[in-house]
Write a protein that binds this ligand. Structure first.
Ligand code: BMA
Length: 335
């Protein structure tokens, strides 16, 4: 018996739509491409430079196990990468003790008001991962702001403009409530407050139970902020990192408008399934094509390489319309 009005799932259809299409040249960057000795390259922030060059700010791990950031530039965003001959941004634990165990997973946002790129990255401190900020005009020199969210916090990006007069930062603090996405506001990028829960990890058997976190910076659309987030499922053979979709109000980004129930992209190709950490797809950046619809999503694969997948923003929104719901996300009793 099915209750009247309940949707019946079509069990006849085993096909999920392919919203993110892998580039046939994947993985597009591996340690073999590097001009100096490294263990692995993965989780890269991405942006377009004024001349149309794609810049990736890659997380590079060396054999001590610590990471730094290194820039790679390409005319077409696929191949012909010009990689900096030495690390572009190294941790500086003398001045920034929170970076003692390296810096990881950058997200880049171009901020028109500042005419600079904001790079938000994980600083790995003795107290665990924290969120740090640096501004740059050219990815050669950086103005460091230091740690802006103390440990344990990560998976963070800045929105490109102020909301109601304040800068807005999405991040993922670990609290007794779990690993959920939060948003915080600042008048000056240094002092942060008005912390709000934005999206919760689900529970139990869900693909995004246990832990979620922002993947690339949110994509601004006419419908709202389109957010690709990763969900982590613990399994007896390790963690599974997959991607889901949600949409947030443009002027009130803590308000979730739609959230998809199913994941839309997960480890499948060999380079995603096997590596230093198996079964991980982890995008930290995207670029938008001139058509204003195609996004190039750069993701770390199995903590070993960088891969590229393409998607249509229109198709992602259409999928959310068909598969998303707008349940209330913030449970007052949890706050
Ligand atoms: C997450 C982050 C990522 C990493 C992933 C899988 O917690 O640390 O940098 O890619 O785990 O190891």
């Amino acid at each position: 018996m099915t209750a009247p009005g309940r949707t019946i799932l079509n069990v006849e259809s085993p096909h999920y739509p392919s919203l993110l299409l892998r580039h046939p040249g994947n993985p597009i960057l591996t340690r073999k491409d590097w001009p100096y000795s490294i263990n692995s390259v993965f989780n890269a922030g991405a942006t377009l430079l004024p001349d149309g060059t794609t810049l990736l700010l890659c997380r590079v791990e060396e054999r001590r196990g610590l990471s730094h950031l290194c820039a790679a530039r390409s005319r077409n965003g696929v191949d012909g990468w010009q990689i900096d001959r030495e690390p572009t941004l190294l941790s500086n634990p003398q001045q920034y003790p929170e970076e003692i165990w390296g810096i990881e997973d950058p997200r880049i946002t171009f901020v028109p008001e500042l005419q600079q790129y904001a790079v938000i990255y994980t600083s790995y401190s003795r107290g665990g991962p924290g969120v740090s900020l640096a501004l740059t005009k050219d990815f050669r020199s950086f103005e460091r702001y230091g740690v802006i969210m103390p440990p344990d916090d990560k998976d963070s990006a800045l929105l490109p403009r102020r909301i109601g007069g304040y800068w807005a930062l999405i991040h993922r603090p670990m609290t007794n409530l779990g690993a959920h996405m939060w948003i915080s506001y600042s008048p000056d990028l240094r002092y942060w407050g008005r912390h709000r829960l934005m999206l919760e990890a689900r529970r139990g058997a869900w693909w995004d139970a246990n832990k979620i976190g922002l993947s690339p910076p949110p994509i601004e659309t006419s419908r709202g902020w389109l957010v690709l987030y990763h969900g982590v499922r613990h399994t007896p053979s390790g963690c599974l990192y997959r991607l889901g979709l949600a949409l947030f109000d443009i002027e009130n980004p803590e308000k979730c408008l739609l959230r998809g129930d199913s994941w839309i992209f997960g480890p499948d190709a060999d380079y995603e399934r096997h590596g230093d950490v198996n079964d991980v797809v982890f995008p930290c950046g995207y670029t938008m094509d001139a058509d204003g619809d195609t996004i190039n999503i750069y993701y770390g694969a199995a903590d070993c390489s960088i891969a590229l997948a393409r998607a249509s923003v229109r198709a992602l929104l259409a999928w959310l319309d068909a598969n998303g719901s707008c349940e209330r996300r913030q449970r007052a009793e949890d706050l």
